[in-house]
Design a protein around this ligand. Structure first.
Ligand SMILES: Cc1cc2nc3c(=O)[nH]c(=O)nc-3n(C[C@H](O)[C@H](O)[C@H](O)COP(=O)(O)O)c2cc1C
Length: 201
């Protein structure tokens, strides 16, 4: 299958949070005009487990002005290992941390059904409330790839396996494909080439 055409499917970029956990997703979809949305979460993601227990989540809409460090922290590390909110501004809404970092706003949801989808679960949820905070431009998945030069980790549904040389930043987890030049710096956290380890296999 020619997977690259799947890159032409358009998505937005979101941080989905529940209690003290959160991760980046691109799979938020409005199902219908009757206030239902779906999100797709990898079964190994800690946020999946927390949302199943809490039955609620908040999806914040990332804007083009949102700090890219939010994506490296929430998209490449696990809430099981670190406090992802530590270096960011956030509010707490009904026990859930919600980032306050140039987001467009957020959608508060209650889970009404979970559907098994192989490696992922699809959560169907009812919108409880919404808040629009800024008129910035929402970040699209294409913008993330083409302007921020970001990649997707293996747990993202849109992950595409690659045969190129792959290097991973040992500070933020950013993944670079192809050879590294001597003056290469991480586009996400700014460290130099010495922090990039070649990914084997
Ligand atoms: C651009 C991007 C899109 C992603 N989309 C999803 C997604 O839709 N569903 C998902 O389960 N993980 C997705 N991920 C991966 C999770 O954000 C990542 O596995 C995270 O480390 C999980 O953290 P947690 O263990 O704290 O839940 C995406 C990551 C990136 C960078």
């Amino acid at each position: 299958m020619m997977k690259n055409i799947l890159r032409d499917i358009t998505y937005g970029m979101y941080v989905v949070t529940s209690k003290n956990s959160g991760c980046i997703i691109n799979t938020l979809t409005q199902v219908s005009s009757n206030n239902l949305v779906t999100i797709s979460l990898n079964k190994d993601n800690y946020t999946n487990k927390v949302i199943k227990e809490n039955k609620k989540f908040i999806a914040s809409i990332i804007s083009e002005k949102t700090n890219p460090n939010i994506i490296s922290t929430f998209g490449f590390r696990s809430s099981k290992d670190i406090d992802k909110f530590e270096n960011f501004d956030y509010n707490i809404i009904d026990g859930t941390k919600v980032l306050n970092e140039n987001m467009i706003g957020y959608i508060e949801c209650e889970v009404i059904n979970v559907i098994d989808a192989d490696t992922h679960d699809i959560f169907i949820a009812k919108i409880l409330s919404t808040k629009k905070e800024n008129d910035y431009t929402p970040m699209t998945y294409t913008y993330y790839h083409e302007v921020i030069k970001g990649t997707s980790p293996i747990k993202a549904p849109t992950y595409i396996e690659d045969t190129e040389e792959v290097y991973v930043c040992d500070v933020c987890g950013y993944v670079h494909k192809g050879p590294l030049s001597d003056d290469f710096v991480c586009p996400i956290c700014g460290v130099d080439k010495s922090h990039f380890k070649k990914k084997e296999g």
